[in-house]
Design a binder for this molecule. Structure first.
Ligand code: SF4
Ligand code: SF4
Length: 280
C-alpha cells in the first residue's frame, strides 16, 4: 500500500447485526453484556444494535493461507475514502466498530483519525472501538489504539500466527518479532481495565504446521502476561496458496485446546466449530 494517508485509505465497510461472530464476542460487551452500563447497552447480548465492520484493503503480511486474499485485487487509488466519510457511517444503532482486513496496520493512521471523529460525534453514548490485527504496527501507533480502545470499552485482538520465527516467516513471509513485542507491550495496560477484556489473542490451527507444540508455546507466552487473556483457536479452512490442505481436524483442535489450558490460560475456546473437519 503506497500513497494512503491518515485522511485517505483503501477501505470498505458493512454492518453486522449484534451479537456477531466476532472472534471476541464470547467475552466482549456486545456478546455478553459485560461492562454494563458503562460499556454495554444491555446486560446480555446487544440485540437490535450493530457493528460497523471496517475492512482495510492492504496487509503487512503475505500469508500462504490468507483467509481474506480478495483484498489484493480491490485496492485502487481512485477508490480511497476519507476518514471523515467513514466516521459518518456510525449511526445511532452502531454500538461498536471493528477494524480488520487485510489488516488495519498499513493504514492505521486513517483508522485512528476516523475513530477520534466517531467518538467526538458520539460523545454521550457507548461506541466501542476495536481492532483485529496481525500486530505488526509501529509501537508508536499502538498508544493511540490503546487510548481509543481502553476508554471506549473496546478491545485489541491480536492474531498470533506461529511461535517459531522460522515457521512464521515460512507461513507469513515476515518475522513475528514485532507482533510478540507489541502484544507484550499491550499486556501492561490490562490492569487499567481488566473487564471487559482489553486484549484478546487468537491462532489459526493450520494442519501440519500450527500444532500442539506451537499452540503450547504461544499459550505459555500469553499466560505469562496474564492467565486471564482470552485465547481463541480458529479452525483452518483451505484457502489461497494452501487450498490443498484439509480443514483442522476435531482431534487437532481438541488437543490444542487442552494444551493451551494446561499452560495456564483460564479462557480458551475453539472459535469456529462449524469449520472443523474429520475427527482425526
Ligand atoms: S467489535 Fe468489539 S465490541 Fe463489537 S463484537 Fe467485536 S469485540 Fe465485541
Ligand atoms: S495477516 Fe491476515 S489478511 Fe494479512 S496476509 Fe495474513 S491472513 Fe491475509
Amino acid at each position: 500500500m503506497s500513497g494512503a494517508t491518515a485522511d485517505l485509505a483503501n477501505v470498505s465497510w458493512y454492518y453486522d447485526p449484534l451479537p456477531t461472530n466476532c472472534v471476541a464476542s464470547w467475552v466482549c460487551p456486545a456478546g455478553t453484556g459485560v461492562g454494563y452500563p458503562d460499556f454495554a447497552y444491555c446486560q446480555e447480548a446487544e440485540y437490535g444494535y450493530k457493528n460497523l465492520a471496517v475492512f482495510y484493503q492492504a496487509c503487512s503480511f503475505d500469508c500462504l493461507f490468507c483467509q481474506n486474499w480478495h483484498f489484493r485485487y480491490l485496492s485502487r487509488k481512485e477508490d480511497r475514502v476519507s476518514a471523515a466519510k467513514l466516521a459518518r457511517e456510525v449511526d445511532k444503532y452502531t454500538a461498536c466498530v471493528c477494524y480488520f482486513g487485510g489488516d488495519p496496520t498499513p493504514q492505521l493512521p486513517h483508522s485512528i483519525r476516523a475513530s477520534r471523529l466517531m467518538r467526538a460525534q458520539n460523545k454521550n453514548r457507548i461506541l466501542r472501538i476495536c481492532w483485529e490485527t496481525n500486530g505488526s504496527m509501529h509501537p508508536a501507533l499502538l498508544k493511540s489504539m490503546v487510548e481509543l480502545s481502553l476508554s471506549s470499552g473496546g478491545c485489541i485482538k491480536f492474531d498470533l500466527k506461529a511461535w517459531d520465527e522460522g515457521l512464521h516467516i515460512a507461513l507469513c513471509g515476515v518475522s513475528n518479532k514485532r507482533t510478540l513485542e507489541n502484544f507484550h507491550l499491550l499486556g501492561q495496560y490490562i490492569p487499567q481495565r481488566p473487564s471487559p477484556p482489553f486484549l484478546v489473542a487468537s491462532t489459526l490451527l493450520v494442519p501440519g504446521y500450527v500444532d500442539e507444540e506451537e499452540v503450547g508455546n504461544i499459550a505459555t507466552f500469553v499466560a505469562a502476561i496474564s492467565p486471564d487473556i482470552p485465547y481463541v483457536l480458529l479452525a483452518f479452512h483451505p484457502q489461497f496458496m494452501m487450498a490443498d490442505l484439509p480443514t483442522t481436524s476435531q482431534r487437532h483442535a481438541q488437543m490444542c485446546l487442552e494444551v493451551a489450558r494446561a499452560k495456564g490460560l483460564n479462557k480458551v475456546r475453539i472459535g469456529n466449530l462449524h469449520l472443523l473437519g474429520a475427527a482425526y
